[in-house]
Design a protein. Structure first.
Length: 73
């Protein structure tokens, strides 16, 4: 099991499961991050926050706390 925040820059991973509940999970899903979606990790800030990703053709910045909620393979 791997979390999105542990993924190396330049890798493409597939979402297996979203953890968390309520507003946190809804915020992640509102970004288009759902089960089965591929995420490309473009850049990670020096301290690991934020993580720059590409999802469904959109470039997004994701907080480290949110990336912890996303399980990938």
């Amino acid at each position: 099991m791997q979390r999105l925040k542990e993924t190396k820059v330049g890798k493409t991973v597939k979402v297996v499961k979203l953890h968390g509940e309520g507003a946190v999970k809804r915020r992640i899903m509102d970004m288009g991050i759902t089960k089965g979606v591929e995420i490309y990790v473009r850049k990670v800030a020096p301290l690991g926050d934020p993580i720059e990703i590409t999802v469904r053709g959109y470039e997004l910045s994701l907080r480290k706390a949110d990336a912890e909620m996303i399980e990938v393979e």
